[in-house]
Design a protein around this ligand. Structure first.
Ligand code: MG
Length: 323
């Protein structure tokens, strides 16, 4: 006997969260719950505006089709929409016990360049000290100076940087010029410094600063392979697809000697805790990139361990479909 429930949620975001060209006031999406033989499996489907190719409406339609197949006992095929494939695969994996409960709740704190704030966040971190800094929003030279300052001030700090393809090669070089050569090996990687992959490869070769692929991973012609100067690939399941698809990418990365970093697409605490479980299972050696809960004003159904944000429970959500 199978049962399904599909809910719609809309959680308020902190003021001033900007995604590319748009301000994100609420995080909107769907939660599904599958029930079979007294067991439950949950999944979150929340396409990220400006990043996902599918809209929430398209995701909802595809999810309803998938749920209809599943609940009537037909074979439910993996959706072509990544957010739907991710959410449905999580629900199935919870239902049949394939997604282990153990989670990796470590997160590389996001730093806006204020070393004092970073000191506090890192003080609470056991073991490896890794922080993430977004670069490319202001002057490249200023970014270079801040990165240099942080690495100088905290001698056991490693940084992950993310430029989101915002630099020309000249600007990327301008950044690198301000990072002392002796600190460059403590940059774990810089995600997609330049507008093209070739420029990013050239940047890595010339500066000795390792790079990582993020946007590239989601492009049709992308292949995971070992390349000089490439240290990692970033995997955002909501944008990439099912657990199986992510697992295969991680496997390919590890075989090529690359790190794979599971990262969030601003999922709610429910999706985020599932990502933490995927990270503990599939990338146990690597701190995942999950420091996005603080961008929201509430948690959803399941709690992230150290968060004080209020919890929105399932009874307060709108039911889209139930069978
Ligand atoms: Mg990135």
């Amino acid at each position: 006997m199978r049962k399904v429930e599909l809910y719609r949620f809309s959680l308020p975001m902190e003021a001033g969260v900007i995604l590319r060209n748009q301000r994100l006031k609420t995080r909107d999406g769907l939660l599904m719950c599958l029930t079979q033989d007294g067991k439950q499996g949950w999944g979150e489907i929340s396409p990220l505006p400006e990043f996902s190719h599918e809209t929430l409406e398209e995701a909802e339609e595809a999810t309803l089709g998938w749920l209809h197949s599943w609940v009537t006992g037909d074979q439910a095929f993996e959706s072509a929409l990544p957010s739907v494939a991710f959410g449905t695969s999580c629900a199935l994996a919870e239902l049949d016990g394939r997604l282990p409960e153990t989670a990796d709740y470590r997160k590389a704190p996001l730093c806006n360049g204020d070393p004092d704030e970073l000191f506090i966040a890192l003080g609470a971190m056991a073991g490896e000290k890794v922080a993430k800094v977004k670069v490319g929003l202001y002057e490249a030279v200023r970014d270079g100076m801040i990165v240099n300052l942080l690495l100088e001030a905290i001698p056991d700090l490693k940084l992950r940087l993310d430029a989101n393809r915002s630099w020309t090669k000249a600007k990327a070089d301008g950044f690198a010029k301000y990072v002392s050569p002796e600190f460059r090996s403590r940059i774990e990687f810089l995600e997609e410094p330049c507008k093209t992959r070739d420029e990013s490869r050239e940047f890595a070769r010339e500066t000795g600063i390792a790079i990582a692929w993020d946007e590239s991973v989601r492009e049709a012609d992308f292949m995971v392979k070992a390349e000089p100067g490439v240290a990692a690939i970033v995997i955002k399941p909501t944008l990439v697809g099912s657990i199986q698809r992510c697992h295969s990418l991680i496997h390919q990365a590890h075989n090529a000697g690359l790190n794979a970093v599971i990262s969030s697409s601003i999922e709610t605490s429910l999706g985020l805790t599932q990502l933490a479980r995927m990270a503990a299972w599939l990338t146990p050696e690597t701190i995942p990139g999950l420091d996005t809960l603080s961008l929201m004003q509430a948690q959803l159904v399941r709690k992230w361990p150290d968060s004080d944000l209020p919890l929105v429970d399932i009874d307060s959500l709108e039911v889209v479909w139930r069978r």
